[in-house]
Design a protein around this ligand. Structure first.
Ligand code: AKG
Length: 374
């Protein structure tokens, strides 16, 4: 990924400039960020995916001024000619190679922060209403036209008469109509409302994830404690010196010390926290499954399956919720695989026997495969 070259995707900014000037700071409208973009899914494909149990989808409508929302699977959609509805399909990158490739254009942001590609299909006037997101978003117009109104308002009072989180007093300060190929970037917390102008309006949202502090701490502590191999985890509280008490409601001080010690020991374990973080960040989403494959033939380039999440830190490689220690040349090659999502046959041949065995296991698990077309 070239981060110091001007990109049409970012309106002529380099990825470095974009991250410095706009990321988490201020919106950016890019005309013809992706000229000639073909929507990653047709209307029929979106409808098929929305009908599936394995895909997260929603139908939002505002017929006669009344907002309504239905979660998938959605067996039937309103007529395409009927104004005022939107179908939203989440995680399209997991299902369609074209969606995965579109998401990959944004890998100048660390993969640990990238979430998914959502695609919406709207009939004339369709939209989800004015709302806030807690995450950054790139809104790419893939087909048709959409009028966006945005504002940096503080008033976060929501309407109480709808099942959706719609801003009660929306005060937009800017407005623009995006045509196919145009893109709008919004930092977290910007009020925005996008309404389809004419039918057949397809918008792709590149979504990010940012953990809430408490949620992350809960997840990591759970992982640290669930690991049965760790000696600190397996000790029962004992109190042979507990005297008889006239205050049975009072929590014993020894139990408080035991609790604090349990957490402190877990955090002191060398690299346990880093390992738990890597495993958590690469854990597949619940609806993800892999088709088992074969060990790799010799002499082939390999690529990661589009559903695989591969990341690394200084001592480990993490893939799909598992961690491996890696050092030296093996680590360097695994880092290439994580950054490029591919390794050439020549690079595969440079791996140690142990690392090559690991790669074969990943191929059998369906996490990587020879770089043959889908
Ligand atoms: C968002 O992703 O925050 C949006 O506002 C997208 C809405 C849409 O595609 O209709």
């Amino acid at each position: 990924m070239q981060i110091d070259e001007p990109l049409a995707l970012l309106g002529g900014l380099t990825a470095e400039q974009f991250m410095r000037r706009h990321w988490q700071k201020k919106p950016l409208v890019v005309r013809q960020a992706l000229p000639g973009l073909v929507p990653p899914a047709t209307r029929a494909e979106l409808a098929r995916l929305a009908a599936s149990e394995d895909v997260e989808s929603r139908l939002v409508s505002s017929f006669d001024g009344r907002w309504a929302m239905r979660r998938g699977p959605l067996a039937k959609l309103p007529p395409f000619s009927k104004p005022g509805w939107t179908l939203l399909v989440q995680g399209l990158d997991l299902h369609l190679p074209a969606a995965h490739e579109l998401l990959a254009r944004f890998r100048f942001v660390p993969e640990a922060r990238l979430d998914d590609l959502m695609v919406s299909y709207a009939s004339d006037g369709g939209g989800v209403g004015p709302h806030f997101d807690s995450y950054d978003v790139f809104l790419i117009q893939a087909q048709g036209r959409r009028r966006w109104r945005i504002g940096a308002q503080k008033d976060a009072v929501m309407r109480e008469d709808t099942p959706l989180k719609i801003i009660a007093n929306f005060e937009p300060t800017e407005e623009f109509v995006l045509e196919a190929g145009d893109m709008l970037y919004l930092p977290p917390g910007w009020a925005h409302d996008g309404m389809a102008v004419g039918g057949d309006c397809v918008t792709c949202s590149v979504g990010f994830r940012a953990p809430w502090r408490a949620e992350l701490a809960r997840e990591l502590l759970q992982r640290l404690m669930d690991d049965e191999d760790r000696p600190y985890a397996n000790r029962v509280y004992s109190d042979p010196k507990q005297p008889a008490t006239a205050h049975p409601g009072q929590i014993p001080n020894g139990l408080q010390i035991f609790a604090a010690d349990a957490v402190a020991r877990a955090l002191k374990e060398p690299m346990a926290l880093e390992r738990a973080l890597g495993e958590a960040l690469t854990d597949p989403k619940p609806q993800v499954w892999f088709e088992p494959g074969e060990p790799l033939p010799d002499g082939v380039d390999v690529i990661l399956d589009r559903r695989s999440r591969l990341m690394y830190d200084d001592a480990h490689v993490f893939i799909n919720g598992e961690s491996f220690r890696a050092a030296g040349r093996d680590a360097r090659l695994m880092h290439v695989l994580a950054d490029e999502r591919a390794l050439s046959a020549k690079q595969v041949a440079q791996l140690s026997d142990g690392a090559r065995e690991v790669l074969d296991q990943w191929a059998e698990d369906g996490w990587i495969r020879p770089a043959w077309p889908d």
